[in-house]
Ligand binder design. Sequence first.
Ligand code: FE2
Length: 312
Amino acid sequence: MMLLGGRFGRAQEPGAPSETPVAPQSATPETATDGAPRFTFAMASDSHIGAAKKTSKYTQQWATTVEEINEFHPAFTLFLGDLVDFGEKPEHHAHYATWMETAKKLTAPWLAVPGNHDPVEVFQKYIAKETDAVHDHQGLLRAITFHDAQPNPKHDATATPAQIEWLDRAISEAPGSGKNVILASHVVFHKNGPPDRAWYMKEGRTEFEVLLKKHQSRIFAMFTGHYHNGLRGWNDLGIHEVMMPAVCYNLVRIKGKSIPEAIQEWTEKGGGFVLPEFRPGWIQAEVYVDRMVLKYKPLGAVSDAQKVLANA
Ligand SMILES: [Fe+2]
């Protein structure tokens, strides 16, 4: 089974109504049949506006992220949580207004999920009423966002029975066929341990795994934030799980070694992959007929760090 063959690759019937408004700014025409991606989208995470002594720095980095995303002309953008640092503090609520003021400059549709630093009621007041939502891109791809982060000081995730029922329906009803569904939340499902953080979905895990196995032929990837470790990921169930780099800062988890040595030890102990790029940044996702390419975009810089996600 191909990733996009008859999946992302299936154009809508001529004259068929569009599922959702599509950004007219896309620089990558849907009709591309050569080496160009069929379409692109952007992912960013963990802006943490309001972090101690870093408010103006991170506010600026978030503004730069939005400027760069607009220059990229994605079909849509996903923001994967922790918009504000310790958003539960009333004196930090104003940072959500700051975050939103910048996000409103995004020229294409966008969706965000709350992180552990974003209390749901505050997120709903300042950012969006819905924490769990669906975005269809021209019948080619369904992006499903959902809130899984337990609130500070916790770092793990929960999937509730109601969410699993809703996700089951949202995946089943996705337009097209094959692996053209992506899920996006704040906290990864993959059961990781040291040298990784061991923050993952712990409540509702068994039921969520049943859901993933049921829809293994529809879900291409799950994207999350939270770890601030550059682009890091695994593939356990024939579904890619990839954690986004943070917009604010990223850490190399194996200390005292060169980056190649650190990555070797890190992946030997923790499996999966890590890209050799840790500058603050966001991700350009290129969707091809048979693959998705995730390109690391450091803020104000260029990088050749990228990860190709093939059909699993
Ligand atoms: Fe987080």
